[in-house]
Design a protein around this ligand. Structure first.
Ligand SMILES: Cc1ncc(COP(=O)(O)O)c(C=O)c1O
Length: 421
């Protein structure tokens, strides 16, 4: 076996971060447990919903029958993206949100994760004068993937939130702590997800504007990760609208709208920001694959994608959460300090067990003993280096299991939690 020497970037990028590291353990557990049935709540993979699959199948049929097909798969295109998709996004967003976007405001990328990779390394990291520009995550916990996007991991810096606790109803919510948050001349960019993976949080429009205003003082771009936001996939369970602004780059993904395999991300922002990201993309991969872009064009232009998002995808996951919530509420006692994060969006439940007498990793192992797999919460605090017991007191429960499995799994989880406390 060859063992090539790695550069510093090579070493950084070949490490598995966050959930990817846990996934290796989960896969090994599932393989080793041949015969043992696990209820698996670890997946970040959305389910294939029949109506959504049908939409993409129908769009594919249209593409195959169209004279465009040869051009789409048989030719290179612009690094910015497939023009009909860019036009579809412009028309849809200008109409929905009263914007004045032109095609210089859009970049199509191979998945939205790549937007954060471009941004983290184009705006964050060392400048030519060797100052370290930070990639600021204003509200921790947040998407585990941000932990791996920078070639200079030290550049990723996250801030502890404040907690709004409703003890009576066993619910809580994280809020950005503006008294701690630092955005200054050493900030390269800001990134956060809204709705948030893993917590389901949707930070308020005022909070987004406050973050963007602070960043604007230093001309710092703010990347709002809208992988779960309206209009597609529309996985918001409270009212929310995308927020636009000079230094805000709104970043969408079609992954949770049924197309994770096709890798489609869409960045919408100021042309100077888009230009930088586009150049990065050209160097890296020339452009995003065009087949997925072409079928997405049909789905956006016809309105079907937005409709299926609100009529099918949203209620599907909302119902999953209701089952989880009602099962846990029945199974966990009032006098135990359990707190479910308010379910405002995304496809996960986030459970905080205050004063848990073991670590989240140990709890994860204990739950495996009763055939339940969740994700230990400490994987979701990328960039938060300070000690904080809370980091070891949470778990993420994915809502992608069947209704019966959610009920059964939460009953087993509650029993285990009671016995631990
Ligand atoms: C918050 C968040 N951002 C980004 C991504 C990556 O999405 P994509 O498939 O568009 O790269 C995910 C995927 O789970 C996510 O949860």
């Amino acid at each position: 076996m060859v063992n090539p020497a790695l550069s510093e970037f090579g070493a950084t990028m070949s490490r598995l971060t966050g959930v990817r590291a846990i996934m290796a353990d989960i896969i090994a557990t599932l393989r080793a447990g041949q015969g043992q049935e696990f209820l698996n709540f670890s997946s970040g993979n959305p389910l294939v919903l029949p109506e959504v699959e049908k939409l993409w199948r129908d769009c594919t049929t249209k593409l195959l029958a169209s004279p465009e097909y040869g051009e789409v798969v048989g030719r290179y295109g612009s690094s910015q993206g497939y023009q009909p998709l860019i036009d579809a996004v412009i028309n849809d967003f200008n109409r929905r949100y009263g914007l004045n976007l032109s095609d210089r405001n859009i970049l199509i990328t191979p998945g939205s994760q790549s937007i954060y990779f471009y941004a983290a390394n184009a705006f964050g990291g060392y400048t030519s004068s060797q100052t370290l520009k930070k990639i600021v995550l204003p509200l921790s916990p947040d998407y585990t993937g941000y932990g791996g996007v920078s070639l200079v991991p030290d550049a990723v810096v996250a801030y502890k939130p404040t907690l709004e606790i409703d003890a009576e109803s066993h619910r809580f919510k994280y809020c950005p702590d503006f008294s701690q948050l630092v955005i200054d001349e050493n900030t390269g960019c800001v990134i956060f997800s809204r709705p948030c993976n893993p917590t389901g949080n949707v930070i308020s429009a005022d909070e987004v504007k406050k973050i963007a205003d602070r960043a604007a003082v230093y001309d710092v771009p703010v990347f709002v990760d809208a992988a779960y936001a309206p209009p597609y996939p529309g996985l918001n369970f409270v009212e929310m609208e995308p927020i636009f602004g000079d230094n805000i780059c709104h970043c969408m993904s079609l992954s949770k709208a049924g197309l994770p395999g096709e890798r489609i991300g869409i960045a919408i922002g100021d042309e100077r920001i888009i230009e930088v990201l586009q150049a990065f993309q050209t160097n890296m991969c020339i452009h995003s694959p065009r087949y997925g872009q072409a079928i997405a064009t049909y789905a956006i232009n016809s309105g079907a994608l937005a409709e299926i998002s609100t009529e099918v995808i949203r209620p599907f996951y909302k119902n999953k959460f209701s089952i989880l919530e009602s099962t846990l509420s029945k199974a966990l006692p009032k006098n135990l300090p359990w707190f479910l994060h308010r379910f405002e969006g995304a496809i996960f439940a986030w459970l905080w067990l205050k004063d848990l007498p073991m670590t989240d990793w140990e709890l994860y192992q204990k739950l495996k003993e009763v055939g339940v797999i969740v994700v230990p919460g400490s994987s979701f605090f990328p960039g938060l280096r300070e000690e904080w017991p809370h980091k070891q007191e949470c778990i993420r429960i994915s809502l992608t299991a069947s209704d019966e499995d959610i009920q059964e799994g939460m009953e087993r989880l509650a029993k285990m939690v009671i016995s631990i406390f």
